[in-house]
Design a protein around this ligand. Structure first.
Ligand code: UD1
Length: 363
C-alpha cells in the first residue's frame, strides 16, 4: 500500500514541486491549502505532469485554523506523515501585520499538531528557513549555530521549531524533521509549474523573472557595499526540485526509523552566489538584459549566508532515495536554476493567471 502523506500548503511554490516528486516516488498525497497566496492551477498542472501517478492526489481547500474541517479530513484518511508548508512568508508584511503572521502561522500549526496527535499521526516534516541563522558570525552555517529572528515571520519559524522540539520531548512517539531552506529558485524543468507570487515579489529571482518578461522596468539591487566579492549580498540558491527531493529524503528517514526524535537539516548547496552573479547567470540563460538600479541595503538583510550541507548529505542520504541518479546532494547548479526559471517565466509570463487577472491592483 502506498504511504499516505498530507501536504499543507501544497499548492504553493515549494509545496507543488514537492507534491510532484512525492507522486513520482509512489506516495499517495492529500493537499490542504487555503489558496490565500497560491492557485489550484498549480495542482491541476501537477496532476497532468505526473501522468498516471496524478490520480493519487486529492485537494482540500481548508484553512488550518478550521479545526472541524481538518478533523473531518483526518477522520476519513489515515495519514502516515505530514509535510507542513502552509504559512505566510513575506518579511515586510510580517513587520506591518505581526498578529496576522502569529495567528496564521502559529495557531494554524498548533491546530494541525493537535489534530495529528488526536489521530495518532506523529510523523512530521516542517518547512523552516535559513532565516533562523540571522546574520551569521561565520559561514557555512551548521545546524548547531545560534538561532535568532529579526522579524515576526522569522520568529514564527523559530517558535514552530521550538514547539516541535517541545512536543517531541513531551511525547517520544513524535518523529520530526525540521528542514531549514536556503534560497529556493528555479522551476520544474518542464516549465509547467513554478513560482507565481502575488503582488510585488519580495525575493530576488521572482523579481528578476518579472523584469525579463517586461512586467517591471528594472531590478533594484539592495546594497553594493557589503564585504563580498562584488559588494552585493551572497546567498545559497538551491533548485526547487532539489529542495523538493530533500523532502522525500526526510520523509523516507521518518519511515526508516522510529527514533528520529526531532532532528534538523539544512537544505542548500553549500555555495555562495552574489546578486550580480545570479543576475549574470540569468541574463546568459534568458538572453535578456536585466537593467539594474543600485540602492541602499534592505533592512534586516544579512551579508553572506550559505549552508553547511554535510549533515543532510550524511544522514538524509538522498542517494538512497534516488538510487538511479547516485546523487547524495543537490544536483543542480545556478545555470540549471536560471535555465528552468526562464523556461517557466517565458512560457508563463503571468504565472498561472492572465494579465487582466492580477490579484493585487498594486501590481
Ligand atoms: C528573504 C527573507 C528571509 C526569507 C527568504 C525566503 C528578508 C530580509 N529575508 O531572504 O527571511 O526566509 O527571503 O523567502 O527579506 N535582493 C535585491 N533586490 C531584490 C530582492 C532581493 O538586491 O529586489 C537581494 C537581497 O538583498 C539579497 C538577495 O538578493 O542579498 C536575496 O534576497 P531574497 O531573495 O529576498 O532572499 P533572502 O534575503 O536570503
Amino acid at each position: 500500500m502506498a504511504k499516505k502523506i498530507l501536504v499543507t500548503g501544497g499548492a504553493g511554490y515549494i509545496g507543488s514541486h514537492t507534491v510532484m516528486q512525492l507522486l513520482l516516488a509512489g506516495f499517495s498525497v492529500s493537499v490542504v491549502d487555503n489558496l490565500d497566496n497560491s492557485s489550484e492551477a498549480s495542482l491541476e498542472r501537477v496532476a497532468e505532469l505526473a501522468g498516471d501517478c496524478g490520480k493519487n492526489m486529492t485537494f482540500h481547500k481548508i484553512d488550518l485554523r478550521d479545526r472541524d474541517a481538518l478533523k473531518k479530513l483526518f477522520a476519513t484518511t489515515k495519514f502516515d506523515a505530514v509535510i507542513h508548508f502552509a504559512g505566510l512568508k513575506a518579511v515586510g508584511e510580517s513587520v506591518q501585520k505581526p498578529l496576522l503572521y502569529y495567528n496564521n502561522n502559529i495557531i494554524g500549526t498548533i491546530i494541525l499538531l493537535e489534530t495529528m496527535a488526536e489521530h495518532g499521526c506523529k510523523k512530521l516534516v516542517f518547512s523552516s528557513s535559513a532565516t533562523v541563522y540571522g546574520w551569521p558570525k561565520e559561514v557555512p552555517c551548521t545546524e548547531e549555530f545560534p538561532l535568532c529572528a529579526t522579524n515576526p515571520y522569522g520568529r514564527t519559524k523559530l517558535m514552530i521549531e521550538e514547539i516541535c522540539r517541545d512536543i517531541q520531548l513531551g511525547d517520544s512517539e513524535w518523529d520530526i524533521v525540521l528542514l531549514r531552506y536556503f534560497n529556493p529558485v528555479g522551476a520544474h524543468p518542464s516549465g509547467f509549474i513554478g513560482e507565481d507570487p502575488r503582488g510585488i515579489p519580495n525575493n530576488l529571482m521572482p523579481f528578476v523573472q518579472q523584469v525579463a518578461v517586461g512586467r517591471r522596468p528594472a531590478l533594484t539591487v539592495f546594497g553594493n557595499d557589503y564585504s563580498t566579492k562584488d559588494g552585493t549580498g551572497v546567498r545559497d540558491y538551491i533548485h526547487v526540485v532539489d529542495l523538493a527531493d530533500g523532502h522525500i529524503a526526510a520523509v523516507e528517514k521518518l519511515f526508516r526509523s522510529n527514533k528520529t526524535g526531532c532532528d534538523v537539516y539544512n537544505l542548500g548547496t553549500g555555495k555562495g552566489t552574489s546578486v550580480l552573479e545570479m543576475v549574470e547567470a540569468f541574463e546568459k540563460a534568458s538572453g535578456k538584459k536585466i537593467p539594474l538600479v543600485m540602492a541602499g541595503r534592505r533592512p534586516g538583510d544579512s551579508e553572506t549566508v550559505y549552508a553547511s550541507t554535510s549533515k543532510a548529505e550524511k544522514e538524509l542520504n538522498w542517494k538512497y532515495v534516488f538510487v538511479s541518479y547516485y546523487y547524495c546532494r543537490a544536483k543542480y547548479g545556478i545555470e540549471e536554476m536560471c535555465r528552468d526559471q526562464w523556461n517557466w517565466a517565458s512560457k508563463n509570463p503571468w504565472g498561472y493567471g492572465k494579465p487582466n487577472e492580477s490579484a493585487d491592483p498594486s501590481t
